[in-house]
Write a new protein. Structure first.
Length: 148
């Protein structure tokens, strides 16, 4: 079954992508939740026209994302966390703390677009995260977890 995605869906695709999914997943989840519509011939023609009109705007958005990418790549971010004497953090550092630290640095990035390379950060040290600025532009953010 072919579905045209109306929103970004993790591990499946981005908005306006045409993806092939199993019938049950499309009919029982994607379409009722509003994540996609059935990819009929007329829907594909409408999508092609919309993409043609939006191509210029997308190029501008991608340029802005590339500009943010250049600024983020050179950024050295420090995230504070309460830690014990041996360097172990009470709790863990997640994408919410990173989003707040980026906001303090002047970047307003949604926390859902920040993906940590390590599943959970429970010790002091240097780590990396991947930020989805655009579907074709991904930044690697290096940050350090320091004790407060």
């Amino acid at each position: 079954m072919e579905i045209i995605l109306k929103k970004d869906v993790d591990n499946l695709g981005y908005k306006d992508d045409i993806v092939v999914v199993k019938n049950g997943f499309g009919r029982n989840y994607l379409i009722p939740q509003g994540f996609g519509i059935l990819a009929t011939e007329s829907a594909k023609k409408v999508l092609a026209e919309n993409l043609r009109q939006r191509a210029h705007k997308e190029a501008k958005i991608q340029e802005e994302a590339a500009g943010i990418l250049a600024k983020i790549e050179g950024l050295s971010l420090k995230v504070g966390a309460k830690a014990g004497e041996n360097g172990k953090i009470f709790g863990s550092v997640n994408n919410i703390q990173l989003a707040e630290a980026l906001k303090e640095a002047g970047f307003d990035i949604e926390r859902r677009k920040i993906h940590l390379k390590d599943d959970s950060i429970k010790n002091l040290g240097e780590y990396e995260a991947i930020i989805d600025l655009h579907k074709e532009v991904k930044a690697t953010l290096k940050f350090e977890v320091i004790g407060e």
